[in-house]
Design a protein around this ligand. Structure first.
Ligand SMILES: [Fe+2]
Length: 437
């Protein structure tokens, strides 16, 4: 991309992310902005100033080599220094100060962008640091949306409903045995944990053509799935009992019907939408009950990116073009997952639907670095989270912005977390005698 076009794209992405942050912050009054709506989340005003602080650290100071705007607040907005539950007690910037601060940082950043050469130094090559900051703000916008979902009170957000189903999608897709390219070495704004591209050889497997729906999940509940330790791992069962799990978060039963509350509005559960707000353990138990298992991360990515005609891996299931509203339910355009079958144009070459958008999908893989991983631009981005504590989630949700979602993008969280917009799909090995060629 020519430098001027790249700079325009960066400015557009930065401004889009800021509009979303402002919408989510301005939707509530100052009382709600500084309040902690759940111990799992930061006060919204913390997210607001934190995105500005990260932008200042990377773009004003590191890239721009300019004087700090507010070095006195770095410590307050260091996510690793203060767990979320502690953040409301910190002497945070108030709503007026926080808004003024992020605006001042942004003015300086646009000035830096004007002057910088987007080549040479890997930090700025093809706009990387700017892309990283645009993604970071969009990731916090999804976190802020999750905070909105946990907030109690009158609804303050609204959006048109997602599109209706256009095709019937059900059953499983056979993914043939063989190698594919996982990860990327070429995507300019890909983060360190998506790199490098490497070959992974997988035996044949089946994967669900669509995410598991509310209707399917309700059958698991009705069949006593939450009361039968057979379906749960020992760790999952312990958590099921301790946390008293009995249905997805935000579901409530009234008579023989299920209702859910989304962004302050309660309605009957739609049976054909992907289930959301389940933890890894619930996903795993459902899969066992269904006679299947969760896909591994490599199985998810091969189903999403592998094109058997060319043998190469695509950027997205539908091809190499950036997501549009035709392909996937992304970007908070709608405030819920879309029904299964709503995005036939977003299907992968092998016929797997809705891998991108709608709901993050739990996969049965711990978060780790790919072979050849190198931390960039700092260890705290991904490397400090590698290990067995976190499970990977793939594909993005209705709350994820396209700039923060690729066929290679990796998210991670604790296997007990349910406040994120996460669902899942199942996979399985071929049965003895089943034709797989
Ligand atoms: Fe952050």
């Amino acid at each position: 991309m020519q430098t001027q076009a790249l700079k325009e794209r960066i400015a557009t992405e930065l401004s889009r992310s800021r509009s979303r942050t402002a919408l989510l912050a301005d939707a509530v009054d100052d009382g709600d902005l500084v309040k902690q709506h759940s111990p799992l989340m930061s006060p919204l005003v913390w997210d607001l100033a934190h995105v500005g602080n990260q932008e200042e650290l990377w773009l004003v100071r590191d890239v721009g080599k300019r004087e700090p705007v507010r070095s006195d607040i770095d410590e307050l907005y260091d996510a690793l220094r203060h767990p979320r539950r502690e953040r409301p007690k910190l002497p945070l910037l108030g709503p007026v100060e926080a808004r003024g601060y992020v605006a001042e940082v942004r003015r300086k950043v646009l000035d830096v962008l004007d002057a910088v050469r987007l080549e040479g130094d890997p930090l700025v090559d093809r706009g990387f640091a700017f892309g990283m900051i645009a993604q970071h703000e969009q990731q916090h916008d999804e976190t802020m949306l999750a905070t909105h979902q946990l907030r109690v009170g009158e609804p303050v957000l609204s959006a048109p409903p997602p599109p209706a189903a256009r095709v019937r999608v059900a059953g499983e897709v056979l993914i043939p045995a063989g190698p594919f390219t996982m990860g990327t070495s070429t995507e300019p704004w890909a983060l360190d944990n998506e790199r490098p591209a490497h070959r992974v050889d997988l035996p044949a497997y089946y994967i669900d053509a669509a995410p598991v729906t509310n209707g399917q999940y309700a059958e698991f509940i009705a069949d006593g799935g939450y009361d039968d330790p057979r379906w749960w791992t020992p760790e999952g069962w312990r958590h099921r009992v301790t946390a008293g799990l009995a249905a997805p978060m935000h579901w409530r039963r009234d008579g023989d019907r299920w209702y859910y509350t989304r962004f302050g509005r309660t309605s009957p559960v739609a049976p054909d939408e992907p289930v959301v707000h389940v933890c890894f353990h619930e996903a795993q138990a459902y899969a066992a009950w269904a006679g299947k298992r969760l896909p591994t991360e490599a199985e998810w990515e091969k189903a999403a990116r592998f094109d058997p005609a060319s043998g190469r891996s695509r950027r997205y299931p539908w091809g190499d073009e950036d997501p549009t509203p035709r392909h996937a339910n992304l970007g908070q355009r709608h405030l819920s997952p879309a029904p299964v079958g709503a995005y036939p144009d977003g299907a992968s070459p092998l016929g797997v639907h809705q891998l991108i958008g709608d709901v993050w999908e739990w996969v049965d893989t711990d978060f780790h670095g790919y072979p050849g991983f190198a931390a960039f631009p700092y260890r705290e981005y991904s490397e400090v989270f590698f290990g067995t504590d976190y499970k990977v989630l793939r594909g993005g949700s209705f709350g994820t912005d396209p700039v923060a979602c690729r066929g290679t993008f990796r998210n991670w969280d604790f296997p007990i977390r349910r406040q994120i917009f996460a669902g899942f799909r199942c996979a399985r090995d071929p049965r003895p005698g089943e034709e797989v060629d």
